[in-house]
Design a protein around this ligand. Structure first.
Ligand code: F6R
Length: 369
């Protein structure tokens, strides 16, 4: 049932191109418009929304953080993202004009369920993004957009995360479409890019052997840091979470701009630091900033592991290890940039003799608060 793989996690990482394609299937019509009829919140209601609030836990929360960039950029609707476990305890401001999005692979996470119940009690509409048909979270929501990752068995979430991202992009684009935002042309371009992205994920998977080798060489390290900017920041958080749960190593993700506000004091001789580099095309200011962050940490002796687009030559002089990913528009880059981090954590777990599919102390769905 592991399809020839040693672990479910490896199988599920390999299934990602299909999971991404399946989640897009039937949702983009021949004319390049989105058909999300399953979102049973009417277009007129969606036009009335003046705020989006995303609630989720763990990896699903990281998908929500990325969704915020897409939703605000494409729709200009203010969007907040909050850990479901924090949400209802602080008396959040919610009303009928707030669209609440609850993201959950299992559909059974108690914190997320409690957050959405709270939101509905305040009169907000809840849209679930979920991978498990008929589970509690979609049943209790006003609408659901299912991710089509198929069953995810390994405790560490991989393919579900990529499909959560796809679903978030679809919701963001759909909101843009029904609200007729001024980003109309860009939205068409993104829909086209999104429909080709599974091929890019496949290409990343074909080039992962050096990442595995690198991971094995770091098996005796205690700490790994992850840095990113913009959507690369949640990707860094996700890379760190994967490493904690699988390799039982100390790992932290930082926004690269925060380095000099504290974390740079951690940089030590030979400390592995993974840096997610945004595309040099488009908003190139982001790219230039992160290149100088890489220089700063390398000057302090860090071992830099740089994830950068093919053809990005500016990072080459500062990368001790260079992991290439296909050129991808910045907002969509997490779909390709996360994959090497999953492979990295999985291989480190194996090298350290850990149980990959069933890490210690963790359960696949957390049904207590
Ligand atoms: C990490 C992981 C967890 C889950 C979190 C939410 O790899 O799997 O952080 O993402 O427990 O679970 P769901 O998405 O089922 O609500």
């Amino acid at each position: 049932e592991k399809g020839g793989y040693d672990y479910f996690m490896l199988k599920e990482i390999a299934e990602q191109p299909k999971a991404v394609a399946d989640t897009l299937l039937g949702r983009i019509d021949a004319g390049g418009s989105l058909t999300l009829d399953e979102v049973r919140i009417s277009a007129s209601e969606l036009r009335e929304m003046d705020k989006v609030v995303i609630v989720a836990c763990g990896t699903a929360f990281h998908a929500g953080l990325i969704a915020k960039y897409a939703i605000e950029h494409w729709t200009r609707i203010p969007c907040e993202v909050e850990l479901a476990s924090e949400f209802r305890y602080r008396d959040p401001i919610l009303d009928a004009q707030t669209l609440v999005i609850a993201i959950s692979q299992s559909g059974e996470t108690m914190d997320t369920l409690m957050a959405l119940r709270h939101a509905r009690e305040q009169g907000s509409k809840v849209l679930a993004i979920c991978n498990t048909n008929g589970s509690t979270i979609p049943r209790e929501s006003d609408a659901v957009l299912y991710t089509h990752a198929g069953p995810e068995v390994a405790v560490a979430s991989t393919k579900a995360f990529l499909t959560q991202l796809v679903a978030c992009y679809l919701v963001a684009l759909y909101l843009g479409q029904v609200r007729g935002t001024k980003w109309g042309d860009e939205i068409q371009d993104v829909i086209r890019d999104l429909s080709q992205i599974a091929g890019s994920v496949e290409r990343v998977l074909e080039t992962m052997e050096p990442v595995r080798e690198l991971a094995r060489s770091l098996a005796d390290k205690n700490t790994v840091l992850f840095l990113g900017r913009h959507v690369g920041y949640p990707v860094a958080l996700e890379g760190a979470l994967k490493l904690k749960e699988l390799a039982y190593m100390h790992a932290e993700g930082f926004a690269a701009g925060e380095l000099k506000h504290g974390p740079i004091a951690l940089i030590d001789e030979d400390l592995p630091v993974v840096v997610v580099v945004p595309s040099p095309r488009g908003r190139s200011i982001l790219h230039d900033k992160i290149v100088s962050n890489i220089q700063e940490i390398r000057a302090r002796g860090a071992r830099t592991i740089v994830i950068a687009e093919e053809g990005d030559e500016a990072v080459v002089p500062y990368a001790d290890h260079l992991i290439r990913i296909p050129a991808t528009p910045t907002l969509l880059q997490p779909l390709v940039a996360t994959v090497p981090l999953q492979v990295f954590a999985c291989e480190l777990a194996t090298a350290r003799g850990n149980e990959v599919d069933q890490p210690r102390n963790l359960a696949k769905s957390v049904t207590v608060e």
